[in-house]
Write a protein that binds this ligand. Structure first.
Ligand code: 6LW
Length: 503
């Protein structure tokens, strides 16, 4: 696991958006940059970030925060739901196009403020495939390009397709899964950027160019212009990129990558994260800079935001945009209105093994972190959990009188520790510690220590579990760990939730 290196005034640290933030799409409006990422089965969906320096990003909302925008049925699979977005700024408006693979297919949204509200969806029944892209030509035609690299002209105001679909490019011969297309008019050419090789260790970025938005396109002789396939680079699975030009004329690429820990090939637990790398242009082709965890800073001053507070004390009317839930989150299930200053979770009935669990969590963004929460279970049962999906999660569950730790790994789910606990609110703790012994192939990426705190703050560990079983290499899927609170019966009230990065 490559550990983040604190930035200096001449460097920045990758990933620029750590944690489960895959398939980044970027646009610029004046001096402001925005990124949108995939969100799969989670509600609200499509996190939107803002930056003024390309390096520091702050989540300003979720584009899909209403059921009328994001319909995820209970049978929506984990890693189903919302696939890759494209975010663009055109004609003074923001445009977002995504695919809901568990519902309505390709959907288009607009907003005047990317922080929201975003519109209700414009459906695109004539656009097939995932990873839809939007590009406008000088005549005002809007071209929608999709994975496999098909294309159709659309009316972005109605969703109507205008004209027949066409195939633009099949990618590099022998490379599978040409996807994540983005079309740009740069200089005298139209450039078609794609990912290929699949989103695992063979992932890469390739590009082609043509004189019109519909081609024909000639592949770049240097394809793939970015890949870490076949290397032991600490950042792997690099692909699914998007390009943006800064006000000073320089070009930059955002892309997804993973940071496996625990030796080679390693296990990644934070999902596919968003990275930034500079791009030069040579003979009309992009040349991507070397991607690493420490990068030379851009030429402009960096504008780091205030550090995120460790504690969320729920003294708010609505949960912050970082809080997400599987599939949906009726307001009455997760509210700060029942007990002001507390977050109340009203159990819908399912456990973490079920699709309808009442769970609200935030993405784990650091390889080592300490999570604590004060839970009052006088009216129910629940606690803290590290979740990848319904078949991969560790949790500490407390009810009046007993606390227990349960682990679910694939088909196996079992209580691994239990002890009596006195009545009354209790502080629960999950502490994730990255293991840095990279030469011990038997060592997973991290250890997950789970327990409670005595009234004097003394930590009583109930058990410590191997983190490799909550990794994508074990569980599969497109997401990453989400750590949060759950209720499995009745009502559970949380006074505060701490997320403290340790590394
Ligand atoms: C996405 C595809 C991909 O639609 O994985 O990494 C899929 N790229 O482009 C889900 O993230």
């Amino acid at each position: 696991m490559v550990l983040p290196v604190p930035e200096t005034d001449s460097t920045f640290s990758n990933p620029v958006i750590p944690g489960f933030h895959p398939d980044p799409s970027i646009c610029r409006a004046g001096e402001d940059y925005y990124i949108a990422c995939s969100s799969f089965e989670y509600f609200p969906g499509v996190p939107v970030f803002h930056s003024r320096d390309l390096v520091h990003w702050t989540q300003i909302g979720n584009a899909l925060d209403r059921p009328s925008q994001l319909r995820l049925p209970q049978d929506a699979a984990s890693s189903g739901g919302i696939y890759a977005p494209t975010l663009r700024y055109h004609d003074g408006r923001f445009w977002l196009i995504v695919t809901n693979v568990s519902g309505d297919g390709n959907l288009l949204f607009t907003a005047t403020d990317p922080a929201g509200p975003w519109s209700d969806p414009i459906r695109l029944p004539g656009v097939h495939g995932i990873d839809p892209d939007l590009a406008w030509d000088e005549d005002g035609n809007c071209w929608c390009t999709t994975a496999g690299v098909g294309q159709v002209r659309i009316d972005p105001h109605t969703g109507e397709t205008l004209g027949p679909p066409r195939r633009l490019w099949s990618g590099t011969p022998g490379a599978k899964a040409p996807e994540a297309p983005h079309l740009y008019r740069i200089g005298d050419y139209w450039y078609l950027l794609i990912a290929e090789g699949g989103t695992e260790r063979c992932h890469g970025v390739s590009i082609a160019r043509g004189r019109t938005p519909t081609g024909p396109f000639e592949p770049c002789p240097a394809n793939p212009i970015l890949t870490h396939r076949g290397t032991d680079h600490p950042i792997q699975n690099t692909g699914h990129a998007d390009l943006v030009q800064a006000p000073d004329g320089s070009w930059w690429m955002v892309l997804l990558g993973v940071r496996p820990g625990g030796g080679t090939p390693g296990w990644h637990v934070l999902g596919r994260e968003t990275f930034l790398v500079p791009v030069d242009w040579v003979d009309g082709w992009p040349v991507v800079g070397a991607l690493s965890s420490v990068m030379p800073a851009p030429s402009w001053p960096l504008q780091p935001p205030a550090a995120e507070p460790v504690r969320d004390d729920f003294d708010v009317s609505e949960p912050a945009p970082r809080w997400i839930s599987p599939r949906h989150r009726p307001a009455e299930d997760c509210t700060t209105k029942e007990r002001p200053g507390w977050l109340t979770l009203n159990a819908r009935g399912g456990s973490l093994d079920d699709a309808d669990v009442t769970f609200v969590g935030r993405r784990q963004q650091h390889s080592s972190c300490r999570v604590r929460a004060l839970a009052d279970v006088a009216e129910g049962r629940g606690g803290l959990a590290v979740r990848l999906d319904e078949q991969h999660h560790y949790e500490i569950e407390v009810s009046s009188g007993e606390v227990r730790v349960r682990a679910r790994i694939g088909p196996l789910g079992t209580v691994v520790a239990a002890r009596p606990t006195p009545p009354g609110p209790v502080v629960l703790r999950i502490e994730v510690t990255a293991v840095h012994t990279v030469d011990d192939a038997r060592t997973g990426p991290d250890q997950v220590s789970i327990g409670i705190e005595e009234p004097d703050g003394t930590f009583v560990e109930l058990t410590s579990l191997d983190g490799r079983y909550l990794s994508t290499e074990v569980a599969g899927g497109f997401t990453g760990r989400v750590i949060g609170m759950f209720a499995s019966a009745g009502s559970v009230h949380f006074d505060w939730f701490d997320y403290e990065p340790l590394v």
